[in-house]
Structure formats: C-alpha cells, structure tokens
Ligand binder design. Structure first.
Ligand code: SF4
Ligand code: SF4
Length: 171
C-alpha cells in the first residue's frame, strides 16, 4: 500500500464527502423534511439523548483543520464546547454513549457543513417513510473508502470515537 501525506488524505476524504453529500441530496433528500423550515432546527445535533456519531482519526483531523479556518471567536467557543463534552464522555465506555454535538453553533448550524462533515451526518435527515431512507450499504461503502484513506495516511486504522473525544484525542 502506497502511503500518502495526512494533508493529501484529508483533501481526498473531504472531496469524497462533497461528492457523497451531492449524491445523497440528489437521490434521497427530496423525500425528507426540509431543515430550512424545521420547527426544531438543530435539535438533531444538540439533543444529548440522540447524537452518537463516532469518527475516525482522519475525520477528526479533517474537522480540526476545518475548525482552524473559522474566525477566532467561533473557534474558541467550539473549542470550549468540545473540551466540556469530551470531559463528560471521558469515562463513558458504552458504545452507544450519546452527547450534544459541540460542532453545532447557534445560528451558524453545523460548523463543518460542506467541509468535513461526518458521513453519518451527511446521510441523516428526517424521512417520514423508512423506505425513503438512503440504504445502509451506501453509508457503509463510503465509510469503507474513508477508512482506506486513513490507512494510506497512517498505515493503520484507529478505533472510531465519539466526536468530542476524537477531536480532543487527534488535535
Ligand atoms: S434533520 Fe430533522 S430535526 Fe434536524 S433540522 Fe433537519 S428536519 Fe429538523
Ligand atoms: S457534526 Fe454537524 S451535523 Fe453532525 S451532529 Fe455535529 S453539528 Fe450535527
């Protein structure tokens, strides 16, 4: 396996995610509720009993790089939320541990939308009918490709961690 730099792997992963988001948008999201008019906008990201997204080392590094490009104030607020949330999760061993995502910022929404959003978040939307959801295999196939990029960057895969812990671990 030919290794590539972390920077290159992040670029390739983010490009894959942009293409994946476009595909999900075109093929599925017309059947989902509109987030623009949602009366509980953002609750899907901030509900401490709902979010359980895990990310890999490469995804965490990509997100931290994207956060680094934000204005100082926004970045500092996000860093504080990440720290607090990681502290709460530190002793949490359950695989299904849930948390309020620290990447959600008031009226800005997801701070990594369109940049380095985790794959499960790209797929998530509110569908009325289960048969309208993107099939699980589509997400699994894309996750497999990102894991391949992670191996090309670091020579191996690391365990996926809840978003806040991963962002603190792979700063
Ligand atoms: S995903 Fe669902 S809950 Fe979240 S903003 Fe969109 S419509 Fe609202
Ligand atoms: S990464 Fe973004 S979309 Fe995913 S839970 Fe956090 S704020 Fe929401």
């Amino acid at each position: 396996m030919k290794l590539i730099s972390e920077q290159k792997a992040i670029e390739l992963a983010n490009r894959r995610k942009a293409d994946f988001a476009a595909e999900i948008g075109e093929r599925f999201e017309h059947a989902a509720k509109s987030c623009e008019t949602c009366e509980v906008k953002g609750s899907c990201c901030t509900d401490v009993h709902f979010v359980n997204v895990r990310i890999t080392r490469l995804e965490a590094r990509a997100i931290n790089a994207a956060l680094g490009e934000l204005p100082d104030e926004v970045r500092e607020r996000a860093a504080e939320r990440i720290k607090r949330s990681a502290e709460l999760l530190k002793n949490e061993k359950r695989a299904e541990a849930k948390f309020a995502c620290p990447l959600f910022e008031g009226d800005m929404g997801c701070l990594v939308h369109g940049k380095a959003k985790p794959l499960p978040c790209i797929v998530h939307a509110c569908y009325e009918r289960p048969e309208h959801l993107p099939p699980d295999e589509l997400l699994a196939a894309e996750e497999h490709e990102v894991l391949k990029l992670e191996r090309r960057a670091y020579g191996r895969n690391s365990a996926a961690l809840p978003i806040p812990l991963a962002l603190e671990t792979y700063r």
